[in-house]
Design a protein around this ligand. Structure first.
Ligand code: URA
Length: 259
């Protein structure tokens, strides 16, 4: 009798498990269908089938089934922001007041990229609004003769690390696809990378900022100028003249016809 009950329970459990698997498989097939996938590779795929499957899963469109899929498909910054949602993809979310996405002209020719939000940015939900932000605004307005609304400003990571510590590699890995997509959507003529962290992350380099700054680099076909971070300049005002040298090159680059 007890054995019979156990078998019945097991059957019930299996049925529930099977129901869940079928529902999950159906959702998967529906997603494939929506993504235009009409076949799946056999167990021994040919090299060309393997390549197609690889491109679908890991290609420029990104993994169609990951929770980045909507972000990869975004056609505008608004759609990208919606796709990021109430992000919990890394361990920074519990400590944030706001996810700091980015601000400015979605078709800006010039994009500034910093490290990540500090306290003021976290509270206001906008990048570079604290003391360092005021200095960046001065560089843009007084130095370059532009308005803050003319350029686009973003950070490598979108949530404030505790006590403003450096972002950790897993946090950068989680957030960088969003920055890449932001850059792809804005498609600026020039990127100014602010400070060691942003520069080294974008250029995949370990070289010191003192060696990287002041010279043009290439970021997937976009001209990138590294310079010191405004927060560094607040501590080392003597280096403002070096930043001004870099900014003059950027102004000249903006006047040159886009490649
Ligand atoms: N520092 C950064 O790198 N980004 C900000 O948004 C503010 C300070």
């Amino acid at each position: 009798m007890l054995f019979g009950a156990v078998v019945r329970m097991d059957l019930e459990n299996n049925r529930e498990e099977l129901r869940r698997m079928v529902a999950s498989l159906l959702r998967h097939v529906e997603r494939c269908d929506r993504a235009g996938i009409r076949f799946l590779p056999r167990s021994q795929p040919s090299a060309s089938e393997e390549k197609v499957a690889e491109d679908l899963l890991e290609g420029t469109e990104g993994n169609l089934f990951s929770d980045y899929a909507a972000a990869y498909r975004a056609k505008s910054l608004k759609e990208l922001r919606a796709a990021i949602g109430d992000c919990r993809r890394c361990k920074l979310w519990p400590g944030r007041a706001h996810l700091v996405f980015g601000v400015g002209n979605p078709q800006a020719k010039l994009m500034f990229i910093g490290e990540g939000p500090g306290r003021d940015e976290d509270l206001q939900g906008e990048p570079f609004v604290g003391r360092a932000g005021q200095l960046l605004t001065d560089i843009i307005t007084k130095g370059m003769g532009l308005k803050r609304e003319d350029v686009y400003i973003a950070n490598v990571i979108k949530c404030r690390p505790p006590e403003n510590r450096n972002p950790e590699p897993d946090e950068v890995d989680s957030c960088e696809p969003f920055l890449k997509k932001q850059i792809e959507l804005v498609r600026p003529q020039i990127i100014v990378a602010l400070g060691k962290f942003a520069v080294q992350t974008l250029l995949r380099s370990k070289a010191p900022i003192t060696r990287l700054r002041g010279i043009w680099h290439d970021y997937h076909g976009i001209k990138l100028m590294p310079t010191f971070h405004p927060a560094y300049l607040l501590r080392n005002p003597g280096d403002k003249k070096l930043v001004w040298e870099d900014i003059k090159k950027v102004l000249k680059g903006l006047r040159a016809p886009a490649a």
